[in-house]
Design a protein around this ligand. Sequence first.
Ligand SMILES: [Zn+2]
Length: 251
Amino acid sequence: MEIITSPSPNFDDRKHAVDMLVLHYTGMKTGQAAFDQLRNPDAKVSSHYLLWEDGRVDQMVAEDRRAWHAGVSSWQGDDDLNSRSIGIEIVNGGHDFPLPDGTLPPYPAAQVEALIELCHTILAGHDIPQTRIVGHSDIAPLRKQDPGEHFPWERLARAGIGIWADIEELDNPDVQTKGLSPGDETASVQRMQDSLQRIGYGLPPTGAFDELTEATVRAFQRRWLPDRVTGTADIRTLRQIGVIHALYTAG
Ligand SMILES: [Zn+2]
């Protein structure tokens, strides 16, 4: 694939080797606006790559340098994720720029195919575990919604990028099992928080379904239950957390 070098001044030195891949949407009105922002010295943001709707790729920061895309964030007990990650900004208006009918703007096929190719190239060059391929909302759930519930995580996983699990059929719904909601304070909440933390989310198992827990459940749903981003842990959500937890700790 053709990669155009379009340097950004916004970078510094890594303090760790690369072991994560962080995916973003740009969340701006146009790709050009994002392109300009990511190269503006006053904005103090950048990413290694910018991927346009038509599949074009700009490289703005060298992979051995620390780009400024993650901000305050946490995954699997690590922070300073800028030092550990490659960041890709994918041109998409996201939640701030929906279509006229209110739905999220889709990621075009040409962009998704180019993203898969770019990710394959990055994964071939670094030792990045599958459990450390994340969305921005996974590592900063209180602040970020990107790359959004419309992002094709399932398609990427079929191409070997990240972990996916088909949603378990509830042909025999267990009426005895109650879901968990904001405000609950129980041992079941603590077990759910523990599972989410073991997947990677920065969520202390306090037993209280607080604001951070709600944001984290929402981040989990954006990633693995995109048709129900509610922040409430219904039975299906709890089961899917269990499935992903098992897959993440199996290796
Ligand atoms: Zn982002």
